[in-house]
Design a protein around this ligand. Structure first.
Ligand SMILES: *[C@@H]1O[C@H](CO)[C@@H](O)[C@H](O)[C@H]1NC(C)=O
Ligand SMILES: *[C@@H]1O[C@H](CO)[C@@H](O)[C@H](O)[C@H]1NC(C)=O
Ligand SMILES: *[C@@H]1O[C@H](CO)[C@@H](O)[C@H](O)[C@H]1NC(C)=O
Ligand SMILES: *[C@@H]1O[C@H](CO)[C@@H](O)[C@H](O)[C@H]1NC(C)=O
Ligand SMILES: *[C@@H]1O[C@H](CO)[C@@H](O)[C@H](O)[C@H]1NC(C)=O
Ligand SMILES: *[C@@H]1O[C@H](CO)[C@@H](O)[C@H](O)[C@H]1NC(C)=O
Length: 596
């Protein structure tokens, strides 16, 4: 740029020369301004033409003081070239170039802010007179990176005064940098009563400028999503640059214009006993909203945006209304929202005809189990943990005593897991008793036997014993798992029959025990005969012994014969089939039949 200025100036000079031709004396030409960064080296060029010879030129540099006086800083003639003593530039300037080329350059090193002055190049020709040119020196310093600070607090939309959004600051620039505020990439415009940007420029002791800019405005709800930032423009030699701050946003407080209320828990259907959680939320952003949840039907209300009811019942069903109250935005209209809650229920199961029922044996059992519910129910009947029927009606035809027992009906709600109730039914089958034992014959050598008789039946049968000797005995009967048991001990002096009777109001059953008494008399007789036989044999043996015949042997033979006859029985059985192998095995070692 500087070069271009120089060349255009040269061109102008040539034109001047051409136009004024003959009468032009000394001509000086200089740039209007020279731009330099602080601390750098500035070069100010002075171009001149003269008809005079080289040696006759005096060139002097001045600067213009604030007081508008000029002070010389450099002198040059044919013999001398020197910076004036005691000026602010004495040690920092030099001049070079040559009169021959008509171009002199004043070099200022380590440029200071104070150097931003107007410099004069005065050219004096001995014959052609005097001419001067002026150049302004401009000093630049790039400012520090700008900073932005957001307002600390949130801002309410119904604030009466303009609220501070934030502050931008850029420090130590030269010349003064500018700050422009942006809202969502659009530069803001001051509007009285709505938006105001206040800039403060500070001149630092260094001479540099710091600028602070504060944005104040009336916020609207939309500003909650807006991004604000500052753009700083500043000059550098030959250019204008800009830089941006980071973005800030503001917390905007605005009233609710819609609310929502919903069941936060449980998910799905609500049932009695559940913990019910209602949640209310508004779409505003407020600091001090008070929510009220109200049960519309019964008028109960809670001051919270979250309502938790433990162990709800069907009475908690109904419409719940939520209404926020914003003290900050009193003027705003009231918004509410309703939600309907239905608490499903399942009452206790009720069995009909009742907890206990009697059915006549052979008849039909009919019972039902129902539970009042807000939803469809399923009923299953169990007996001893085994499912016996589904549906709320239980029907069993031709019941037997086995049908008796404890039944449980379980009512569930398929739509809601874990919702169930149950009840029990005790069934008693009434009918004539039945005795489990068959008629029995038994033989005994004992003097007494114990007889047991089992009867089932309901109502509890009365059990009695009648023996053939005409005695009627009522024993204590005990209730067993399956029925009743009666035990009697009878004396067996001779053959005897004992009859067990079981009877109740529906009828009776009996069983006869026939006991044959086996007499011990026969055995005694046999023993006596044996003794007699032995005596006879002994007598014979003794007789033979006395006669000198072989003795003892035949007697022994007799004894072994008696034993072997027993063995013969075993052997005979053995020859039959495999069964006797097992019998043999009992006597000897147990061996599989195949191995024999
Ligand atoms: C002026 O002189 C300095 C050294 O004294 C040199 O560095 C510079 O290039 C010169 N400038 C011109 C325009 O001749
Ligand atoms: C607002 O600024 C905060 C941090 O200052 C940031 O977390 C949030 O995302 C910003 N919101 C928007 C809408 O930019
Ligand atoms: C700053 O603004 C002023 C006034 O609008 C303007 O004259 C000047 O050139 C601007 N400076 C920068 C660095 O843009
Ligand atoms: C739940 O409420 C019912 C009556 O509504 C009550 O009988 C029951 O004991 C309560 N259960 C608990 C766990 O509080
Ligand atoms: C909520 O319910 C109440 C009573 O049923 C009714 O008066 C009110 O208008 C309802 N509000 C809304 C927002 O539906
Ligand atoms: C007992 O019965 C058996 C056979 O039934 C018979 O032989 C015996 O004579 C009877 N005894 C008496 C004492 O009646």
């Amino acid at each position: 740029m500087a070069l271009r200025d120089v060349s255009s100036a040269l061109l102008g000079l040539l034109l001047l020369l051409h136009t004024w031709g003959g009468w032009a004396d000394v001509q000086v030409n200089m740039e209007d301004k020279v731009e330099v960064s602080l601390g750098q080296t500035a070069q100010i060029t002075c171009m001149f033409t003269s008809d005079d010879g080289i040696g006759a030129m005096i060139i002097q540099w001045f600067y213009v003081k604030r007081s508008n006086e000029k002070e010389r800083i450099y002198y040059r003639d044919a013999t001398t070239s020197v910076a004036d003593r005691g000026t602010p530039f004495t040690d920092r300037i030099s001049m070079n170039g040559s009169v021959a080329t008509g171009e002199m350059v004043l070099t200022i090193r380590n440029v200071l802010l104070e150097d931003e002055l107007e410099f004069i190049c005065l050219v004096k020709s001995l014959t052609d007179g005097t001419a001067e040119g002026r150049t302004k020196l401009q000093v630049f310093e790039t400012p520090n990176a700008p900073t932005i600070e957001a307002a600390q607090n949130g801002i309410s939309v119904n604030e009466d005064v303009l609220s501070k959004i934030g502050t931008c600051e850029v420090k130590n620039g030269h010349p003064k940098p500018n700050i422009t505020w942006y809202r969502n990439s659009t530069p803001v415009r001051s509007v009285p009563g709505e938006l105001h940007v206040k800039s403060t420029v500070t001149s630092e002791s260094s001479g540099l400028f710091s600028v602070m800019s504060e944005l104040r405005m009336k916020v609207v709800k939309e500003d909650k999503d807006a991004q604000f930032y500052c753009e700083v423009t500043y000059f550098v030699p030959g250019a204008t640059l800009m830089t941006e701050t980071s973005r800030i946003n503001v917390t905007v407080y605005y009233p609710h214009d819609a609310v929502n209320i919903w069941v936060a828990s449980p998910a799905g259907k609500v049932k009695e006993g559940d913990r019910l959680e209602l949640q209310c939320e508004g779409n505003g952003n407020t600091q001090s909203s008070i929510f009220t949840i109200r049960h519309v039907e019964d008028g109960r209300s809670w001051e919270s945006d979250r309502l938790e009811l433990q162990n709800v019942s069907r009475l908690d069903s109904g419409v719940y209304e939520c209404e926020p109250f914003d003290p900050e935005f009193l003027a705003d209209s009231i918004v509410t929202k309703n939600t309907s809650v239905f608490v499903h229920y399942l009452d206790s199961a009720v069995v009909t005809p009742g907890a206990m029922m009697e059915v006549t044996k052979g008849g039909q059992l009919q019972a039902s189990c129902n539970a009042l519910s807000s939803l469809q129910t399923n009923t299953v009947w169990f007996k001893d943990g085994v499912e016996v029927s589904t549906g709320h009606r239980l029907i069993i035809d031709d019941v037997s005593f086995d049908t008796s027992g404890l039944y449980e009906c379980v009512v569930t709600v398929p739509e809601i897991e874990g919702m169930s109730t149950s009840s029990t039914l005790t069934v008693k089958v009434v009918g004539a008793p039945e005795i489990a034992e068959e008629d029995t014959d038994l033989e005994t050598y004992d003097k007494s036997v114990q007889l047991k008789c089992h009867a089932i039946g309901y109502p509890a049968p009365e059990m009695t014993w009648t023996t053939s000797d005409g005695k009627v005995t009522k024993t204590t009967q005990t209730e067993t798992e399956s029925g009743f048991e009666s035990v009697i001990t009878v004396q067996v002096s001779s053959n005897i029959t004992a009859v067990c009777h079981a009877s109740n109001e529906y009828g009776s059953d009996l069983v006869t025990f026939t006991i044959t008494a086996k007499s011990n008399g026969v055995i005694i007789a046999v023993i006596i005969i044996c003794i007699l036989l032995l005596a006879v044999v002994g007598a014979v043996l003794y007789f033979l012994y006395k006669k000198g015949k072989i003795c003892g042997r035949s007697g022994k033979q007799d004894l072994t014969k008696g034993k072997s006859s027993k063995d013969n029985i075993v052997v005979e059985m053995k020859s039959d089939n495999t069964e006797e192998a097992i019998l043999l095995g009992v006597n000897g070692e147990k061996q599989p039949p195949n191995d024999q």
